[in-house]
Every structure is written in C-alpha cells, then in structure tokens.
Design a protein around this ligand. Structure first.
Ligand code: HPA
Length: 277
C-alpha cells in the first residue's frame, strides 16, 4: 500500500513537471474522448502516454487511449486522463486508481470521473447522461486495503485512517450546481461490478432491488481513492445500453457507437462541471 502511494507521489511530481498543476482532473471513460475535443478551445499540451510513466498500467480495451494531457477545456486548464485500466484486465485496485491518486497529488481538488454504463431504468435509455448520486461497490475490493495510517503524506490533507466517510461522495453541492446548468440532467446510483462479462437478467433484477440505477465496470474504486486523497468527486455516466433483461442483447461495439453519437450531450455536461470547478 505504501509502495503504491510512493509510486503515486513520484508520478505526481513527473506530471507536475511535464504538464503543470491542475485544479480539475477529468477521467475519460468509454465514449467520452470526443466531448473533450469538442470543448477544447485554446492550447493543449503534448500527450504523455501511460506506458511512458513507470507507475501507470496501459489499458487494453478498445476506446481507452491511456494518455495524460493538459487541455484548455471551456477556458480552464484541465488534466485529462484518457483511458483507464480495469479490474477485469487483471489490474490490482492500486493500479486501477493510480491515475486518480496521481491527479490529486498533482493538485486536483476536483476529480470528474466519467464512464459508460448500462441503465436499469427504461426511461433513461441509450444516449442519456446521468449524474452519479451515489455508488454501490460490488467489486469485492477496496483501494484502501492495507492503508498505512503512518503514511501521512498520501493525502491532502492527510486522512487520519482508511475509514474514509463516503456519506457525500458525489457531493450534493456540485450535483445541484450541475443541475442548475443542465436542468434536465437525471441522477442515479451507480453499481460497480468486476466484469468483464455483462450481467445476467437475474443479476440486474437483484441490482434494482438493492437500489441501483446504473451498472458498470469502473468508477467505484476511483471514487473511493479520490475522496480518500481529499478531492471532491463528480461522476457522470453515459448510458450506452439498457441493462440485461431490459433489452434483447448487449455488445461492446454498440456501446462504442452510442458514445460516438452522444458527443454533444457529453460535452454539455462536461462543460457544466468544468465551469463549476
Ligand atoms: N453492464 C456493465 N457495464 C457496462 C454496461 C452494462 O450493461 N454497459 C456499459 N458498461
């Protein structure tokens, strides 16, 4: 655990030196890259590839680039993390949250986590953007396992323990501000699963019963790590499909297609978050 934070601190220094400090970081999930391109006004830095920084794990999945870049988005300098690695690739929880930890240690006070998700609600179909209001971590693991309370410099300000309070993980204030800018933006509870298989209809019925509105294979560990590191967290899901049992079938190519068709809506939501940041 301490080794993971040591590595994050080293990589944060490298990111600060090459890209500068950023108050806001955005992690781009499946389908979200074009939204940033749409919003980029002025300058952007060269891209730094995950594979060129020792602590990062390059993503394997189509649609996940694996780069860091400083981008002028809607007139603000934003650290854009394009692509992520997942538990289902065999990555450890520490590897999954590494980019988020680095972003916070390199100055990010707000971390915007985006993803593609299946919807458990018929009325929120493919193409909708949803503000994540809360999460259910069903991955069976935590990025804080093995937290070393003596490791005081791992968070800003130092967290007293790994027992981090997640009562207001996706802060209500930020969601309210976001909904003032995008009034019809729905909210939902995101259930994070390990994957890589999509769920069965019975699993989706079970998830509905426990209070989920969205399901996906990312985000929950990053949310925990960002909050633990001291950042405010905003979560945005692009609904790419109705969840299993609510639709005839699900496939990854259609998920990428919905992403490509939803750029304008994603850009609108992202711009609103960044203007509030
Ligand atoms: N299930 C899990 N992850 C997903 C889905 C889904 O239906 N859609 C996009 N990511």
């Amino acid at each position: 655990m301490s080794a993971a934070f040591d590595r994050a601190r080293i990589d944060a220094r490298l990111v600060e030196t090459t890209l500068g400090r950023h108050r806001i970081a955005v992690v781009l999930g499946t389908g979200w890259s074009d939204a940033v391109t749409e919003l980029t006004g002025g300058s952007s830095s060269p891209k730094v590839r995950f594979c060129d920084i020792a602590g990062f794990t390059a993503p394997q999945v189509p649609g996940h680039a694996g780069t860091l870049q400083s981008v002028d988005v809607a007139g603000r300098d934003v650290l854009v993390v394009a692509g992520r690695t997942h538990l289902y690739e065999g990555s450890s929880p520490d590897a999954v949250v590494h980019a988020v930890r680095v972003a916070v240690l390199a100055g990010a006070e707000v971390v915007v986590i985006t993803n593609a998700a299946g919807s458990l609600r018929h009325e929120i179909g493919p193409g909708h953007v949803v503000a994540i209001s809360d999460q259910i971590n069903l991955t069976g693991c935590s990025p804080l396992t093995g937290w070393d309370p003596a490791d005081e410099s791992a968070t800003i300000p130092p967290a007293p323990s790994g027992f981090v309070d997640l009562t207001d993980l996706y802060t209500a204030d930020r969601r309210a501000a976001l909904q003032r800018r995008v009034p019809d933006l729905p909210e939902g509870v995101y259930a994070g699963v390990r994957g890589p298989q999509f769920e069965t209809p019975a699993e989706i019925r079970a998830l509905r019963t426990v209070g989920a509105d969205l399901v996906g294979m990312s985000t929950v560990l990053e949310g925990i790590a960002a909050a633990h590191a001291g950042a405010e967290v905003v979560g945005l899901s692009l609904v790419t499909n109705l969840a299993a049992g609510l639709t005839r079938s699900i496939d990854h190519d259609s998920i990428l297609e919905v992403g490509a068709q939803s750029t304008e809506r994603l850009a609108e939501a992202l711009e609103a978050v960044i203007l509030d940041g």
